[in-house]
Design a protein around this ligand. Sequence first.
Ligand SMILES: N[C@@H](CCC(=O)N[C@@H](CS)C(=O)NCC(=O)O)C(=O)O
Length: 203
Amino acid sequence: MQMTLYSYFRSSCSWRVRAALSLKGLDYEIEAVNLIKDGGQQLSEDYKKINLMAQVPALKVDDTVITQSLSIMEYLEEICPEPSLLPKTALERAKVREICLIIGSGIQPLQNLSVLQYIAKNEGNEKKLEWAKHVIEKGFEALEKLLVSCSGKYCFGDSITFADCFLVPQIYNAKSFLEFFTNGWILLNSRWQLWFNVRCLKI
Ligand SMILES: N[C@@H](CCC(=O)N[C@@H](CS)C(=O)NCC(=O)O)C(=O)O
């Protein structure tokens, strides 16, 4: 089986999949899609045939392409169950997916590149930053409350799960974003900074 990941190094969604691939020790090739260069290589007609949403990541498995990071990760979990990135019971797995989807539906898409470009173009740069700050704060406040009840060494108990693959890139994204604000680091409290520093080195 030949796997090729269409990925951009700074894309949080691609990073989720790269983390899952490397935690499972799977071999794959990278096909870089630069979201900034040439006005965004994801927008090329050729790439839009690979990912109909003109986004990364996309995983090509032999001749079949899968998009959507969570769907790709579920596929990897099925073909390579060990080491598992999901907990044992159905209820626990639902909680892990809940964390993933707070990030994957409630934060990342609301401040995705194309959304921010749209706001900047129509409402100006200040509104763009204001919106990003609002989305990041709302999402991270929810996450912080949720993780109090389920985290151990990692987001869910003491084993790395999909939730960590989602969280670490999102903290990186928030960190780089919030540095644009004058009070940048204050918004991302020390707990998150620590989480990022520790976890990102491990993944
Ligand atoms: N729900 C998708 C979201 C993919 C996504 O938003 N990718 C971003 C990078 S993290 C992207 O390609 N953005 C390009 C753009 O907005 O033009 C997933 O989980 O794979």
